[in-house]
Each structure stands twice: as structure tokens, then as C-alpha cells.
Write a protein that binds this ligand. Sequence first.
Ligand code: ADP
Ligand code: MG
Length: 320
Amino acid sequence: MLTPFEIARRLRRIGLMGIGRRNADYVLAYNQRKFYPRVDDKLITKRLALEAGLPVPDLYAVVHEEHQIGDLHEKLKAHDQFVVKPAHGSGGDGILVITGKRGDKYRRSNGHLMSRGDFEHHLSNGLSGLFSLGGHPDHLLVEYCVQFDPVFDQVSYKGVPDVRIIVFLGYPVMAMIRLPTRMSDGKANLHQGAIGVGIDIPTGTTRRGVWGTEIIKDHPDTEQSIVGLEIPRWDELLEMASRCYELSGLGYVGVDFVLDRNRGPLILELNARPGLAIQIANGNGALHRLRKVEALKAAGGLSTDPAERVAFARAEFPTT
Ligand SMILES: Nc1ncnc2c1ncn2[C@@H]1O[C@H](COP(=O)(O)OP(=O)(O)O)[C@@H](O)[C@H]1O
Ligand SMILES: [Mg+2]
């Protein structure tokens, strides 16, 4: 058994960043509060992305008030599939992935049918702030339901995998793909039971994964290998992620993508306080990489060109 001292030394050696350091040295030091609304409200993020020419899932409707809920059934008549999400939600809470209709009822991605009454009740809870940061009243987005790229068919359980890239001062430093499981109800959030799989930045291929506290090499539901998957359109993903620095104004930001089989990479949302499990999913710490970018900054060598920043990341940040 390792002593706590030995464990601490080992974590320092691989450059594992803890929550205290992330908050003090990165989130607080590089993210100005005035920019938080850009990422904390998914409606604002969507607008900014569109203005910057970055693709996002189409917006079908926005619900601001209770009386608009009843009108939605009619408004969404043309769409068999859609996703409802609280604008200020996080961790997948309150998100409804609707994959079909049966008569009056809506089918959720886990296969269960939801009555109109339950659907309206859920939305009403969302408006009242049940799922939003701090419990403040919220608004809801209804958007296009992403049809995920078939390359992930074998490693997703009834849901849409997403790709998370951590971007520091415009440089993509670490990436993972999150795969939904039976537990995670169509969502790719780790706390809902999804798997995180580290992606090697230079090649865009997966290495190993983490599910809860377990290091894994195959998907617990489909039993297919999660190692060596090639993420399609990797270069585009890296460049779009890099451009989210200018879009958000945030020095330390997590960018979430989905890969749509028809529309290609779409930006789902940005996070000002991205979680730390991405390091476990990669089996690599983030600190050494962050410090390389800080060294560039100290030398006056930061680039304003996303393509150049991506080239630097591809050369410097392999998953070992
Ligand atoms: N438009 C969509 N189509 C399909 N699945 C979606 C869509 N939006 C979200 N999801 C699923 O829900 C998860 C969480 O969505 P996200 O927008 O990142 O909100 P949160 O802030 O709660 O993480 C995604 O990782 C994805 O699996
Ligand atoms: Mg998310």
C-alpha cells in the first residue's frame, strides 16, 4: 500500500490537477466573470456560435413561460425527434431526449413512453428552476435531436456520444469522448453513468476509458472495444474548439461537440468549469500541458491563429 505521501508524489509526477488548483490557478485566473453568461446560458452560446459561423443543433422553440408549454405539442408536430433542455442546466439534469411519438405520447431515448401530462409537468419543473444552477427560474430550449455518426453504433447505448475538448488560451490541451450507457438514459454525462474515453490529440484516436472509478477497455453494455476508435473529422473538431476561445472570451473552457451523421460536428455547449475526470479517462494529468501553454505566454509566443494553435497542440500533447 502506498502512503498518502507517496500517492501525492505520484500524482504530482503525472501532473494530475486537483479541484483546488483548477479553481484557483485556471478558472479564477483565466475566466473573467463577465463572460460567464456566454456559456452558462445555452441560448446565448448558440447565438454566439452561429454568429461566429460555427454549427450548432437547430433551435425549434424556446419556452419562457408556463402558458407556452401547452402550445408546444402543436409546434413540434413536424418533428418526431427533439431534445428539451434547461438553458442553465448542467450535468445532463432535466434534459429530455425524445426519439419518437406514439399517439399522444412521447418516447424517451430509454424507450419509455411519457404522457403529455408528464411531459408538461417536466417542462414546468424546468421553468421553475428545478434543474438550473442555483435553482433560479429558467427558460428551455427545444432543439434538433442529433443523429449520431454510425462509427459509434457499437459503443453507445441508446444515446448520443459527445466529444469534450479542454481549451486553454485557445490551445486544445486534452480531449475525451463520452459514451452513453444503459445507466445514463441517452445522455453522455459522466455523473449520469456514461463512460469517458481519452482521445490522443495528435491522432484523434481513443486510448482507454473510465466508468465510475473503473478503468475500462470495452463498453459495459455492448462489450465492444473502446480502444483505437478514430474520431471522424478530428482536425475540424480541434479547430472549432480552438475558435471557442475568441467566442467565449474564456481562457479555460470545456467545449462539448456531437457528431451528426448528416451535419458533421456541432457545438452543444461550453463549460467554464470543466470537470477533472478527463485526466483519468486519458491516464494523463493536465498540468504539464497547461504549463507548456503558460510558458508560451510568458515568452510572448501565444498565437491568435486557431490553425497554428491546433498544430502546436498536435505536436505537443500526445496521450502517453
Ligand atoms: N440536441 C441533442 N441531440 C441529442 N442528444 C443531446 C442533444 N443535446 C444534448 N444531448 C445529450 O445530453 C447530454 C447533455 O447535454 P448538454 O447540452 O451538454 O447539457 P449539460 O449542460 O446538462 O451537460 C449530451 O452530452 C448528449 O448526450
Ligand atoms: Mg454537457
